[in-house]
Structures are given as structure tokens and as C-alpha cells.
Design a protein around this ligand. Structure first.
Ligand code: ZN
Ligand code: ZN
Length: 335
């Protein structure tokens, strides 16, 4: 059973996979060393191996093909090692002495981006990336229709140092019963200024050297205070709360921006592991003003050190103005 435990010292929550423990050899770093010595394990995400995954939630398929069989283009399944499950009616808080915890109510899904092994997100054809974006939107809307869910995080871990345990290109969706603490600055800014912080950032950055690229609907930005070297944000220029609401024209634009930026960033930085996070407004809550969805792309070039873990303050050896200039000079986005 997975549960959320309150970390009283840091005033935050931790997701704990209670009652099971990975053996040292099951952790991704060791597993990848063993696999590279013995050859690849059978991949459950490859076309033809549908029986090795949990049952399909949704898929875009070729006409006439059946669920949980070959013939899919993009496929959504429950995460086999889900951090959250919809197995309780309500969120139940328990306390024991000074400690408190609650059940892991929520949903954890995997969206397999392609039936093909060995091809990465930025290498997929434009139409395939558009299908992926549409599937992420579809799943977001389904999850948001359950009022027990308060926040939906779409994310991608690519490569060992980004936390990926499967090499086959995939994204994930984690639907939480609460809004993660990390987004605190956004509603606080709205309370104080009655303005959307992200709209204000777009205005402030206009014409400045941290802008990497601007398309019809999006800007790519090196943020003012990036936690990671070469961290970049893709922000819709128009105020929008939810990624799930963007229309076909915006999806087409986003596809080109995402594919082009990723390919350029990977070429520029010698193919590092990376994370992508799509941050939207909370769902099923009254207070949603001031949220403006955006994508974070973070190459994982260094491993967190003691100061960062102790203080929570990240140390970034590359200033964002230089990072923006370096990527901008190598950038190739095709429409
Ligand atoms: Zn595969
Ligand atoms: Zn805004």
C-alpha cells in the first residue's frame, strides 16, 4: 500500500511505498548495469507485448485493432508500480503520536508514446507527437472529472539520471488528492497583486536575453532563477489555466516547439538524461485564479549535493542568460 506521510521537520509530504522494499539489485542504477552486461530485458511497452502490461485505459489505434492487442499508436495504461490508487472513497487522515499520514488516493498512469523501441520523443514524426499531446489531454480530462483529484502532474523521465526505469519512450500522469506545496508562489502572487504571475513574467522578459524562442502561441524561456543548468520553460503566451484545453492549432505549434527544442538541447548538451513537467492549475478547487500552465524541461547534468538536500536551495553553475544564448545559437525548430 502506498501512503503519504507528513514530514514535520520540512513541513511537506513524502510518498512512501509502504510494505514493500526494493532489493538493492532492483534499483535503476544497478539494474541498468546488470542489463547492459546481460543484454536487454523483454520490454513490456513494445508492440506485441501488451499482455505484459496492466489493462489498457485508452489508446489511439489503427482501424479494426482491439484493446490490449497490437495496432496501437499511443497507449495509456495504469502504472504497474502505481504510487497512488483509487481504492478508497475518500482521503483518510490518520495520526499516531506526533505523526500523521493519509492513504495514497489517486491515480498513476503511463502513456506509451510509440509502439517502437529505441526511438525517442524528439525523433518521433510530428503526427505521432500530436497524438501523444491529445492522449495526455484526454487522460487529464478523465482524471479531472473525479472530484477526489485536486492536482494532475504530467511528466516524463528520460534516462537513468532523470529517474527513468524503462528505456521505451513514455510519459506519466500522477493525479494527487492534494495540491503539491511547490506551487505556493503562484496563488500567493495572485493574492497580493491580483495578477497572473506567469503573464507578468512574459511581459517582463519580452525583448530580454533569457528568451530562447518565440512561436505564434508559445515562448521558450531560460527562467530568471533556474534551479538546474539549462532549465527551460515553454509558456503559452495567452493566459490559459490548463494544458488540456489547448486547441488543434496550438497543439500543432506546441509539437514543433517541443520537438525542435528537445532535439537542439540534446544535441547541444551531448544527450543528457532529462525531465519534462507539465504544470497546470489545480482541479476541483475553487481557488484556481492566477494559475497559468507551462512546461519545464530540465536536463540532468549534475547530481544533487549535500547543500541542496540540506537547504533546499539549488546551486546552478550556469547563469540563465548564458544558457539561453548557447541553446539559441544551436536552435533548429521547423514548422
Ligand atoms: Zn520497448
Ligand atoms: Zn497568465
Amino acid at each position: 500500500m502506498t501512503e503519504l506521510r507528513r514530514d514535520m521537520v520540512r513541513d511537506s509530504w513524502v510518498l512512501i511505498a509502504n510494505g514493500k522494499a526494493l532489493k538493492p539489485s532492483d534499483f535503476p542504477i544497478y539494474k541498468s548495469m546488470i542489463c547492459s552486461r546481460l543484454g536487454e530485458e523483454i520490454c513490456p511497452f513494445c508492440e506485441g507485448n501488451e499482455a505484459l502490461t496492466t489493462g489498457e485505459l485508452d489508446a489511439f489505434r489503427t482501424p479494426g485493432s482491439l484493446a490490449n492487442q497490437e495496432g496501437w499508436l499511443v497507449r495509456a495504461i495504469p502504472n504497474k508500480f502505481a504510487m497512488f490508487k483509487m481504492n478508497k472513497e475518500i482521503l483518510e487522515y490518520h495520526s499516531s503520536g506526533i505523526y500523521s499520514r493519509c492513504n495514497g488516493l489517486g491515480q498513476h498512469e503511463v502513456v506509451i508514446e510509440t509502439p517502437q523501441h529505441g526511438i525517442q520523443l524528439h525523433e518521433l514524426p510530428a503526427d505521432q507527437i500530436i497524438l501523444l499531446i491529445k492522449m495526455l489531454q484526454k487522460r487529464f480530462k478523465v482524471l479531472a472529472s473525479d472530484t477526489r483529484i485536486k492536482y494532475i502532474q504530467i511528466y516524463k523521465n528520460k534516462g537513468l539520471f532523470a529517474g527513468a526505469s524503462q528505456d521505451h519512450s513514455h510519459s506519466q500522469i500522477l493525479a494527487y488528492p492534494m495540491v503539491p506545496d511547490r506551487n505556493k508562489g503562484v496563488p500567493k502572487y495572485f493574492e497580493e497583486h491580483r495578477r497572473c504571475l506567469m503573464c507578468q513574467i512574459i511581459e517582463e522578459e519580452s525583448g530580454k536575453d533569457r528568451i530562447i524562442y518565440e512561436s505564434d502561441h508559445f515562448i521558450i524561456l531560460s527562467p530568471y532563477a533556474p534551479r538546474f543548468s539549462y532549465e527551460a520553460w515553454i509558456i503559452p503566451k495567452e493566459h490559459q489555466r490548463y494544458f488540456a484545453d489547448i486547441n488543434d492549432e496550438e497543439i500543432k505549434d506546441l509539437q514543433a516547439v517541443l520537438k525542435g527544442y528537445l532535439a537542439s538541447m540534446l544535441a547541444c548538451l551531448d544527450n543528457p538524461s532529462y525531465n519534462i513537467m507539465i504544470n497546470s492549475a489545480p482541479v476541483n478547487l475553487h481557488k484556481q485564479d492566477g494559475y497559468h500552465w507551462y512546461i519545464e524541461i530540465i536536463p540532468r547534468l549534475v547530481i544533487s549535493n549535500a547543500v541542496e538536500i540540506a537547504s533546499g536551495y539549488f546551486i546552478n553553475p550556469v547563469d540563465p542568460e548564458t544558457a539561453a544564448e548557447i541553446i539559441r545559437n544551436e536552435l533548429l525548430i521547423e514548422f
